[in-house]
Design a protein around this ligand. Sequence first.
Ligand SMILES: NC(=O)c1ccc[n+]([C@@H]2O[C@H](COP(=O)([O-])OP(=O)(O)OC[C@H]3O[C@@H](n4cnc5c(N)ncnc54)[C@H](OP(=O)(O)O)[C@@H]3O)[C@@H](O)[C@H]2O)c1
Length: 329
Amino acid sequence: MVGAEMLRVLAQRNFPSERVVALASERSKGLKVAYNGGSLEVGEITEAAFKGVDIALFAASGDIALMYGPVAAESGALVIDNSSAWRMKENVPLVVPEVNSEDIRQNEGIIANPNCCAIPLTVVLHPLREKAGIERVLISTYQSASGAGRQLVDELEEQTKAIADGKTPPVAAYPYQLAYNVVPGGWHPEAGGYNEEEVKIVNETRKILHEPELRIVATCVRVPVPVGHGESVFIETKEKLSADEAREILGQAPGVIVQDDPHARLYPTPNGVAGKDEVSVGRIRDDASTRHGLLMWIVSDNLRKGAALNAVQIAEHAIELGAIGAVKA
Ligand SMILES: NC(=O)c1ccc[n+]([C@@H]2O[C@H](COP(=O)([O-])OP(=O)(O)OC[C@H]3O[C@@H](n4cnc5c(N)ncnc54)[C@H](OP(=O)(O)O)[C@@H]3O)[C@@H](O)[C@H]2O)c1
């Protein structure tokens, strides 16, 4: 899902490239994938496949990233990896260009692309933090099926059709039926009743914002939506920041669109943001239960800003910063 979206983003942004190569497992060798009005033949990932490659955008599992990331970096490519394998390693920058693009300079050949909920969250938190500081953040996510990869998207469709036909829906790609349901789990369990996704959002947000002590906690939920993750977010600021002020700041923030007029029924939805680049924010409210609290609803396309677009933007910034020696623009 992310790899196909990366190819779309590269073509749409007219990314400066002499040659684009698509790699996957042996299973996909010889298949065609769409690229820039034509198609590319998929090659198999091998150690030799990275020869002459300047930028390697990885969108496979953590195991593959751990195995082939260093190989690609050693052969001279700048690796930008979508898996979680490298994100929390000390010598690997974790980058959201609107927030910490300067961290790209510290790379040693591998840059990590953050979690699909941490990216939009930090795009929104950063401009608010510049104005008022952040004391505490509570998040509940509403994550789409595509966040778990192609299999769950296909299964959601099959389940929906089966239910409409009065048949028993197949359940294989996720622990529970997702169609006609909402599932507060499906990620690897971690200590204290949390899960892997919730821990990632906390740790990665702290790393991107350079705030290792930030008080932040998340609850992650999978919803029967194909594309687009929603996040209901409570933010306690250090200085008082009203909902009106937050709306104004976010209205000018890079990569953010404010869609916030409940009387006109204007608020972002996953269906509405699918295919869009920006992070959309609505339902911005003063939290009546605390002195410095704000509530808001954030939605973004998890395959674009949550993954492929952010990775390509990192590559664009790396070129601008001169962090890629051999790029032939
Ligand atoms: N989906 C999201 O919203 C999202 C957001 C942020 C980050 N991510 C991360 O991005 C990565 C890709 O996710 P996805 O949703 O795109 O998954 P996906 O749709 O399941 O695609 C996985 C890709 O990895 C390839 N692959 C699997 N085994 C391989 C092997 N042994 N050697 C080479 N390639 C192999 C697959 O190729 P074959 O078809 O040949 O197996 C396929 O192209 C994951 O690490 C995921 O956690 C996903």
